[in-house]
Design a protein around this ligand. Sequence first.
Ligand code: FE2
Length: 294
Amino acid sequence: MTVQLLHLADPHFGSLADVRQVEALEGMIPDLHPDVVVLAGDLAQRARHGEFQRARAFVRAAAAVAPVYVLPGNHDVSWWRRPLVPFARGPLYAKYRRYFGPELAPTLSVPGAIVAGALTAHGLAWGSLTWRPRDLSVIGHLPKREYLRVRAVFAAAPPELARVLVVHHNVLRGEISRRMGLARWRQAQRRLAESGAEVVLCGHDHQEGADILGDRVVVATAGTLSKSSRGGRPASFNFVTIEPTAVQITFFRWEGERGRFQPSDTFAFARRAAPGAPAGARQGAAGRRAMLPD
Ligand SMILES: [Fe+2]
């Protein structure tokens, strides 16, 4: 069974959002007809009501086509509230919850796939602290409890379902930024590789990417729909196709003069443990990636 996901992140509704791009994407969703729309955080810029309200309008429009999976990023957290207080962190997420429901990292099942999320945006928290002051409130971390919860979700899911994990922060180093999105990133990568996820969808770095983590997990990083793209690159979103034996990630990039998104590069990865795949196909190309022509 083939499952297709429209994967975007970091629209930063508010002054940074590019309304032409947002409206162009809204118009495309019925034609793309994904099975799931994933919005991997940083919906807002300053966790303001108006920003969340526009994000909610986007989600409602997308939900007319397919189930929408949303989870918060660092800009969706009122991090200035309860800094470094480990308990009763409810106020951090109160506004986000008002518009997107109580579950910060829900689980969504669709035919052929289970989509789980791990919360990595914890505001000004001990686990996210690094030695770099500018990481404050920006960088995330993957707590053990989130890793264990997600691992249990995937372990309990029927074996034939593709296992997709959504996190906000980039889990691989940004190509231009050279930055990891997560504190203690080696531990986080180890946890992600052992979570049971086959595909990880993330954002935060504002540069699209597709690669393999730990020789077993396909990682798609979404670009941004905002004006703060990395290195002046065009805004983009990803279209992820999970086939029985392969995962394909296509970058749709913004063409400003035409006012539309166009498919560009596609990356293809063999599914390491594709259910029902012949053993040779599973082993032969595991971890290899190929860039296909447009
Ligand atoms: Fe972010």
